[in-house]
Design a protein. Structure first.
Length: 155
């Protein structure tokens, strides 16, 4: 068995971190990762089997987006404690996401896909997104990609 490298799946990585958080009595991490694990289990039930890392990454991004929405709402309601809690949770979730692309890198990749497909107007957006999203590999949110593609196609 020497020389075999086991690559841990994102799900296993999150489960291991959850176990460590439970042992360390880290309530924020434990609560956040339990929510992620339940979202993963729900996705697996819906799919009828194990989900791959790309699906786990999209769940993580969705969880981050939810926290960002909570931050916006909480700021409007002057609920600073909720803002701080959501920011801590985002920090925990980001540990499991790949390094995010900077906006210019995303723009270049989107432009390349648009050029490859000869896309010229907003009607082509669905096709562009279908080809762009797999190339992002969790390094940019669908929302950011969509906004970038829309900007490029409209101008």
């Amino acid at each position: 068995m020497k020389g075999i490298i086991m690559i841990m799946s994102k799900k296993d990585e999150i489960q291991k971190a959850l176990t460590a958080a439970m042992k360390a009595r880290d309530e924020d991490t434990k609560r956040t990762l339990r929510l992620v694990m339940s979202a993963i289990k729900l996705a697996e039930v819906e799919q009828g089997g194990e989900i791959d890392d790309s699906k786990v990454l999209s769940i993580l991004q969705k969880e981050v987006k939810t926290r960002e929405d909570v931050i916006e709402e909480s700021k409007r309601a002057n609920r600073e404690e909720l803002v701080k809690a959501a920011e801590r949770e985002i920090k925990i979730l980001n540990q499991f996401l790949p390094q995010q692309m900077d906006p210019e890198e995303l723009r270049q990749l989107a432009k390349q896909v648009i050029d490859d497909l000869n896309a010229s107007n907003i009607k082509d957006m669905g096709e562009v997104m279908k080809h762009l999203m797999p190339k992002l590999q969790g390094r940019a949110s669908g929302q950011d990609a969509s906004k970038t593609v829309r900007d490029l196609l409209q101008n």
